[in-house]
Design a protein around this ligand. Structure first.
Ligand code: ISJ
Length: 185
């Protein structure tokens, strides 16, 4: 795997938030919330912080970043969002080089700042439709959860959506880990 990037986008099929989702109302309310996830987690938990797992430039292909496969290069940013000293979300953001221009060049340098803080403060920000996907037990992400001492005997859910800053796209995908609490009845 290139730089052991987790190919979140290509590993699954995505359905529109407008479809009927076979999950609880609680899970749906988190998956389909168009507001900032950072803000929502900060309101719900203490000690929110962003751990940058890696930030690499890659040439997209049909496995990695299929949505931007015609771009020369993209920046892939992988982070874990932590609350109360536990990782609660694995997030992967794909930013085409053609988006990293003008004021948006700064997106490559945000470090441990939450991307959401920047996106939702930008007056030009538009968010596209949310798509969701279900990872059934035994997935790569169940192993990730187990590695974080969060074994799951149920599906794990993820969402993705395109954001636009000055009409330039970037794709944000987020997988909710068990410690997020969204799977608790
Ligand atoms: C898009 C948001 O930003 C969050 C923070 C991210 C980061 O810092 O890389 C990535 C995805 C999101 O979970 C948000 O808060 O809604």
């Amino acid at each position: 795997m290139h730089n052991n990037i987790l190919p979140l986008g290509a590993l699954t099929s995505w359905i529109s938030e407008t479809e009927s989702l076979h999950c609880t109302e609680k899970i749906t309310s988190w998956l389909c919330d168009h507001n900032s996830l950072t803000q929502k987690l900060e309101l719900q938990f203490n000690h929110f912080f962003v751990e940058v797992k890696q930030q690499v430039y890659i040439k997209p292909n049909c496995t990695l970043s299929p949505m931007f496969k015609n771009e020369d290069k993209i920046l892939v940013r992988e982070v874990f969002l932590h609350c109360e000293n536990k990782p609660v979300v694995f997030a992967q953001t794909e930013i085409p080089f053609s988006t990293l221009t003008e004021q948006q060049a700064e997106l490559a340098e945000i470090g441990k700042q939450s991307l959401g803080k920047i996106l939702f403060q930008d007056p030009t920000m538009l968010r596209g439709q949310i798509e969701v996907t279900e990872f059934k037990q035994g997935s790569l992400f169940h192993q990730l959860a187990t590695d974080f001492q969060q074994p799951a005997n149920h599906s794990l859910w993820a969402r993705r959506s395109l954001f636009y800053l000055n009409n330039k796209p970037l794709l944000v995908s987020e997988l909710f880990l068990p410690a997020s609490g969204i799977y608790d009845q």
